[in-house]
Ligand binder design. Sequence first.
Ligand SMILES: [Zn+2]
Length: 93
Amino acid sequence: MSDGQDLTTGRCYVCKRTFTFDPKQVETVLIDPETRLPPGFSVLGTLRPAGPEAVGRSADEPICPECVDRTRRLWETHNPPPPRWESWPPAGD
Ligand SMILES: [Zn+2]
């Protein structure tokens, strides 16, 4: 018997609040357990290419609607500049 709802309970990755969500509709973020950041983000906040092994060990973490909202607003406010690839360490000899 199903009422058409398939809700589950989890912890928001950002604020650690427990909330109920529909796993098919919830916003998630891919988190690399080694850096605690999405693959492709370095701890310095800069972007770098995400290796397949980083993506492979990463897991989707649910984000509560409040944090999604806040993150979206922050993102729009700061409008981060594009990554500077020329600062990438050159191949040494
Ligand atoms: Zn949250």
